[in-house]
Ligand binder design. Structure first.
Ligand code: GBH
Length: 450
């Protein structure tokens, strides 16, 4: 192990994996091809008013057809691993029962193409594209969806279990609960507020059942990816603001980690889940995992909620930090604090961590000479990678880092406006143009490895 001091990491631990991440609905397009069924995101994006400028994922980056070109872009980066997601509605168009072999064929081509190029495949089984028929039957509000998810997981592992290196059951179940079912700004667009809590439990149960199903079918390394946003009280000296930050932390961070690593729900939510959690569920959910996937973008600042507000906190603006194109504050120090905080909170039950997403959007444009000068992204990534290196120096066991994202893509309710990629995508021509950050990331990870 070669490593030097704070802010000057000439080497991350041997075997540290550098990668890029994407998700199926955000890049694939080809929504009606080869037997794919509709997902909640197709329905949502085709409902006027939900997604900015009426954008949808029908074509996206056309990765479903252009994957060989995209594999070449990855090879050019020299990454160790690629994190992608499998679209459940391609594999099981109705969400249960009949398997669509052509859907599995696509991911098999992709995985084999990665292996041929020496890139280790990291597959996420669920990055928010729930088959619409399952939503029609209650979606994640229904316990049955957990069992359907495990069935789907076993189908994918049956085909790819011998070739996928890392399996990620769920991507950011908190976002599905909060933005999908509580606030109603992501698919399926339900605004149930705190009544959305069962969707947390049912996703976590699906995770636990899937871990078991995957292990039974040759999966080597299994984990879950959670989104973490460090909770800052608006006024650290104000008890009501502290309580609001504590409530946010319990509902948005700990709710999805405590059950997995400790087999318990945070005190604040446990009473509300009493009727939903069955006897053996927490034992299923806390099945040992091999790694925790951590996605980090920004901290959140919380104030006491208004009287009779629907939530125990109010989100307020963070000032005094530079922001990304989406207005998100850039706070690399909070990333390091988050990693050290996980180590502190979970101690010896914390498995190795992979940073499965970290990145930023800017309105990157192609300059007349054909270049995309995204210096701000380079600075963002450099500062955040340094924060990870510092956390490793402080004893946090981080084994890899995937930047979000390989290329510009469909940014959910924001449509195609925000650009998160190392590679620019022209949505008229679908032409890919590596940005300056692409060459920078290639060189950076090469130098950090040697
Ligand atoms: C990740 O979510 C996702 O995994 C990935 O698919 C996505 O592209 C990436 O981040 C970049 O956003 O609607 O204004 O209330 C990160 C967590 C939570 C950030 C939902 C955006 C919506 C803000 N996301 N949040 S808003």
């Amino acid at each position: 192990e070669i490593r030097v001091g704070r802010g000057d990491h000439v080497g991350f631990p041997a075997g540290f994996q550098w990668g890029v991440a994407t998700a199926a609905y955000q890049i694939e397009g080809a929504v009606d091809e080869d037997g794919r069924g509709p997902s909640t995101w197709d329905t949502f994006a085709h409902t006027p008013g939900w997604v900015k400028d009426g954008h949808n994922g029908d074509v996206a980056c056309d990765h479903y057809h252009r994957w060989p070109e995209d594999l070449e872009l990855m090879a050019g980066l020299g990454i160790d691993s690629y994190r992608f997601s499998v679209a459940w509605p391609r594999v099981q168009p109705a969400g249960s029962g009949a398997v669509n072999a052509k859907g599995l064929d696509f991911y098999e081509r992709l995985v084999d193409g990665l292996l041929e190029r020496g890139i280790s495949p990291a597959a996420t089984l669920y990055h928010w594209d729930l088959p619409q028929p399952l939503e029609d039957a209650g979606g994640w509000m229904s316990r049955d969806t957990a069992y359907r998810f495990a069935e789907y997981a076993s189908i994918v592992a049956e085909r790819l279990g011998d070739r996928v290196d890392k399996w990620i059951t769920l991507n950011e179940p908190v976002v599905v609960m909060a933005y999908g079912y509580a606030f109603g700004v992501y698919a399926p667009g339900r605004a149930l507020m705190l009544d959305a809590l069962p969707t947390a439990h049912h996703q976590l149960l699906g995770h636990g059942l899937a871990v078991n199903a995957l292990r039974g079918r040759g999966a080597r390394t299994v984990g879950i990816t959670n989104h973490y946003s460090p909770a800052w009280p608006a006024d650290p000296a104000n008890a009501a603001d502290q309580a609001a930050a504590g409530a946010f932390d319990a509902l948005m961070n700990a709710l999805f980690t405590d059950p997995v690593l400790r087999g318990t729900y945070p005190d604040l939510v446990a009473p509300d889940l009493a009727g939903v959690v069955k006897d053996e569920d927490l034992a299923v959910i806390s099945a040992p995992i091999d790694f925790l996937g951590v996605n980090y973008y920004q901290p959140t600042r919380l104030a006491a909620p208004p009287q009779d507000g629907p939530l125990p906190f109010e989100i307020t603006e963070i000032e005094g930090h530079p922001v990304t194109g989406m207005g998100w504050p850039i706070v690399p120090a909070a990333f390091g604090d988050l990693l050290r905080g996980l180590r502190e909170r979970y101690g010896d039950v914390l498995p190795p961590i992979y940073i499965t997403e970290n990145g930023c959007s800017f309105p990157d444009e192609i300059a007349p000479g054909g270049t995309v000068d995204d210096t701000a992204r380079i600075e963002f990534l450099d500062a955040h990678i340094t924060a990870v290196g510092d956390a490793i120096d402080d004893g946090v066991d981080v084994r890899g880092y995937y930047t979000w994202s390989l290329m510009d893509n469909f940014e959910w309710a924001e449509g195609y406006g925000p650009r998160f990629g190392l590679v620019h995508v022209d949505y008229e021509t679908l032409r890919r143009t590596p940005k300056r950050s692409y060459a920078w990331y290639r060189d950076r990870i090469r130098s950090l490895r040697s």
